[in-house]
Design a protein around this ligand. Structure first.
Ligand code: BES
Ligand code: MN
Ligand code: ZN
Length: 499
C-alpha cells in the first residue's frame, strides 16, 4: 500500500473510495459536512434513516453518491468520543482497511485523521491510520492463492496535504514493512519456516538494506562456544539450529548498541514432554519473538535509525527423537550455570539462556530486550491484548510500557521480585527449567534473569500478543510497533528520523 498526500477537495477527488468517520454524538466533521452539502443532504438522510454507523469499528459502503467524483464512500463508526484513544483508533482503522479490502476499490482517500483522538495530534493519527489501513488490507497468500474473483488489494491511499504529513506517511511505510515481515514469518508453516529459513530471511534482509550486516553461527561454532543449552533443544530435530546476528550501525561508532534477542522455535512439539494433539499446529507461532526482532530490524533499516541496534535470534526446532534431550538431563549452559531439565517443553528459556549469555559477551549492549512466546501462563494472565513486560529495572519497564501505549501496541508489567526465584531451585543443578504452577510467566522470567546478570535487561512474553484468534488464527505483527517506538524514543523521538 502506497501513501500520498493531495490538496484536492474530497468532493472532486478521483479516488475510488472516500474514508470517513462518524462518532456516537452524530456530529458531522468538516469533510462529512462538505460531502453532505455537495450531495444535497445524502448523508443527513442516511443518518435520519439510521443507516449510518456510529459504533466503533462498524462500517458501511455506499455507492453512487450524487455530486461526488469518488465512486463510493466508506463511513466508519468512531464510537464514544471519550473512548476513542490511540488503541481504539488503530483498531478501527484496521477494520476500515479490512472493509476496504472486501470492496473492489484499489485506491482510497482517507479523511479519518480529522477525528479527535484522545491525546493524539495529527502526526500520530496519520501514522496510526496508515499503519491500521495497511494492516487491515493484508490477506495471507504465501501458500494459498486468492480466488480469481477475490477483491483486489488497495494499492494507493491519499491523505489531505498538511505540514509534515508526507514524512509521517513515509515513516508509517517503513514501520509497516517491519510489521509485515513479522506477520509473514509468523503465518508461514513450520515445514517452510524452519531455522534455516529464518537465517536465509535475515541474509536477504542484509542484502536488501545497505548498512545491515549479518553473521550466522552454525552448530559447530556453537559447540565451540559451549552453547549446550541451545544445542540440547535442537538435538532432537533433523533441522540444524542457528544463531543469527544482525547489526545496524546508525549511531556513533563508540556507542554500545541496544540488543533484541528473539526466541525462534520454528515448531514446538514440546519434545519428549510432548504437547497434547489439539491445537499443536499453533506452535508454528513459537518463532514470533524471532520474527519480531527481525521485523524491528527491517523497520530500523528502513527508517535509517540514528542508533546502533543488534538483533540476535536463536533459531531452533523442538522435536521428540532418539537423540532429543530428556527430563532429568542436567545441562551446562554457555554461562557455566547448570540446568536440570524437568520439562522439555520449557525449551524457550533453554535457548534464550545461551542467546542472552552470547549477547552479553559478544554484543556488550547498553540494554537488552528479549522477545519470546514463552509461556501459556502469559495467555492466561493477559489474554491477547498485551505483551508482558518483566524486568528488575524500573526505568526500563517504564520506557517499554510507555512505548507500547504510544504505539497502540500495549505492554503490561509483571513483577520479577526475588521472592519467586526459589521456585526454580533444585538440589541437582543451579536451577531447574520450570517453576511449578504458580506464576508460570514470572518464574520463566526469573530463569532468564540469571543469564542476563550485569546487563540492563527486560523480557517481553508475547505468547498472547503475537497471534490472535479469528479466521484464520494469525500472526499480529506485534510487538514490532512497541519496540520500534522504544528505539525511536531512545534516538530522541520521531523528529530525529530523517525522511
Ligand atoms: N511455546 C510455549 C508457550 C506457549 C503456549 C506460547 C501457548 C503460546 C501459546 C512454551 O515453549 C511452552 O511450552 N511453555 C510451557 C512451559 C511449562 C512446561 C512450564 C507452557 O506454557 O505450558
Ligand atoms: Mn514449549
Ligand atoms: Zn515454546
Amino acid at each position: 500500500m502506497q501513501f500520498t498526500t493531495t490538496q484536492d477537495s474530497p468532493v472532486s477527488i478521483g479516488s475510488e473510495c472516500l474514508l470517513l468517520g462518524l462518532g456516537e454524538d452524530k456530529r458531522f466533521g468538516e469533510s462529512l459536512t462538505e460531502i453532505d452539502q455537495a450531495s444535497n443532504g445524502f448523508f443527513s438522510r442516511l443518518l435520519e434513516s439510521g443507516d449510518l454507523p456510529t459504533k466503533a469499528g462498524k462500517t458501511i459502503l455506499v455507492h453512487g453518491v450524487p455530486g461526488l467524483t469518488a465512486a463510493r464512500v466508506l463511513v466508519a463508526g468512531l464510537g464514544k468520543a471519550e473512548k476513542l484513544d490511540g488503541v481504539a483508533f488503530y483498531k478501527l482503522m484496521q477494520a476500515v482497511g479490512k472493509a476496504l479490502r472486501a470492496s473492489p476499490a484499489t485506491s482510497a482517500h482517507c479523511l479519518l485523521t480529522e477525528a479527535e483522538v484522545c491525546g493524539r495530534d495529527l502526526a500520530e493519527r496519520t501514522r496510526l491510520a496508515a499503519l491500521g489501513l495497511a494492516h487491515g488490507n493484508y490477506v495471507y497468500s504465501a501458500t494459498k492463492k486468492p480466488a480469481d474473483d477475490a477483491p483486489p488489494s488497495t494499492e494507493r491511499v491519499s491523505f489531505p496535504a498538511a505540514d509534515g504529513i508526507e514524512a509521517q506517511l513515509a515513516i508509517a511505510e517503513s514501520v509497516y514493512a517491519g510489521i509485515q515481515r513479522c506477520r509473514d514469518l509468523g503465518d508461514l508453516p513450520p515445514n517452510i519456516c524452519n531455522p534455516e529459513y529464518l537465517a536465509d530471511t535475515a541474509r536477504r534482509m542484509a542484502e536488501q538494506h545497505q548498512g545491515l550486516e549479518i553473521d550466522v553461527l552454525d552448530e559447530a561454532q556453537m559447540t565451540e562456544l559451549k552453547m549446550h543449552s541451545l544445542l540440547a533443544v535442537g538435538q532432537g530435530s533433523a533441522n540444524p539450529s542457528y544463531l543469527i546476528h544482525l547489526r545496524w550501525r546508525g549511531g556513533s561508532a563508540g556507542d554500545a548498541p541496544l540488543a533484541l534477542v528473539g526466541k525462534g522455535i520454528t515448531f514446538d512439539t514440546g519434545g519428549i514432554s510432548l504437547k497434547p494433539r489439539d491445537l499443536m499446529e499453533q506452535m508454528k507461532f513459537d518463532m514470533c519473538g524471532a520474527a519480531t526482532a527481525l521485523g524491528v530490524m527491517e523497520a530500523v533499516a528502513g527508517l535509517k535509525l540514528p542508533l546502533n541496534v543488534d538483533c540476535v535470534v536463536a533459531a531452533v526446532e523442538n522435536m521428540p527423537d532418539g537423540k532429543a534431550y530428556r527430563p532429568g538431563d542436567v545441562i551446562t549452559t554457555m554461562s557455566g550455570k547448570t540446568v536440570e531439565v524437568h520439562n522439555t517443553d520449557a525449551e524457550g528459556r533453554m535457548i534464550l539462556a545461551d542467546a542472552l549469555t552470547w549477547t552479553g559477551q559478544f554484543v556488550k549492549p547498553a540494554a537488552t530486550v528479549d522477545i519470546a512466546t514463552l509461556t501459556g501462563a502469559c495467555v492466561v494472565a493477559l489474554g491477547h491484548h498485551a505483551s508482558a513486560v518483566m524486568t528488575q529495572d524500573d526505568e526500563l519497564a517504564e520506557e517499554l510500557v510507555a512505548a507500547g501505549t504510544e504505539a497502540a501496541d500495549r505492554g503490561w508489567r509483571l513483577p520479577l521480585w526475588d521472592d519467586y526465584q526459589e521456585q526454580i531451585d533444585t538440589p541437582f543443578a543451579d536451577m531447574k527449567n520450570i517453576g511449578g504452577m504458580p506464576a508460570g510467566s514470572i518464574t520463566a522470567g526469573c530463569f532468564l534473569s540469571r543469564f542476563a546478570e550485569g546487563q540492563r535487561w527486560a523480557h517481553l512474553d508475547i505468547a498472547g500478543s503475537a497471534w490472535q484468534w479469528g479466521k484464520p488464527v494469525s500472526a499480529t505483527g506485534r510487538p514490532v510497533g512497541l519496540l520500534v517506538q522504544w528505539l525511536v524514543d531512545r534516538a530522541g523521538g520521531w523528529s530525529k528520523i530523517a525522511h
